[in-house]
Design a protein around this ligand. Sequence first.
Ligand code: 5GP
Length: 218
Amino acid sequence: MEQSQWIDVVEDKFKYQLDHFVIPGHYKDDVESILIPHGLIMDRIAKLAQIITSEYDSERIVVCCVLKGGHQFFSDLVNYMKKALNKQGKTLPMTLDFIRVKSYENDKSTGKVHVSMSEKELQELKGKNLLLVEDIIDTGNTMKKLLETLDKYEPKSVKVASLLLKKTPLSCGYVPDYVGFAVPDLFVVGYCLDYNDIFRDLDHICAISEVGKSKYAA
Ligand code: 5GP
């Protein structure tokens, strides 16, 4: 995918103000700004679904959700993929799977990556077409490590769809096959992206505030 094919989000505190959209009362002091309103997220996912479905033939794919942050994106993406396939009059059988990967505590990478699949589950990936669905690529280390692990089990193909790609100088250079938005180098929450398991119930993607960071620190 060409880099220009993702939407570049720039930090602009005055573009979408907190009172332009519905923010749950329990988070009103905990977010600094709205970066991507929920409606825009959904419209972009519809387009990603159209692109992804057009690039596969009719061989079964395993769409694998990277938990927990990728859960909402996964569910909306799969729904839009089904709609896009219907529109295209195309069949693409999909198996849905889940993998849990954890690398962050508070807003810092721990440097270690835990992958939660049993040896048997990993061996079953042999010869399969995998589409990994992730919420955000920051340094890229988590995805690089996950891809190295999965590669040992010889899947037929592996592609990665990430809703967000962070513009950070700490990037290891990894770029996913499909990206929704490139976001500024801030810790973002909402649309299932969490800070110590908080903010998954916020619909918009927002920058966390200092108040939020200290209120929900581990
Ligand atoms: P990476 O290894 O690319 O630095 O980090 C990948 C993982 O860290 C993501 O899957 C996500 O769980 C978490 N992460 C990185 N940046 C952010 C962020 O800005 N907000 C949230 N909520 N999680 C992040």
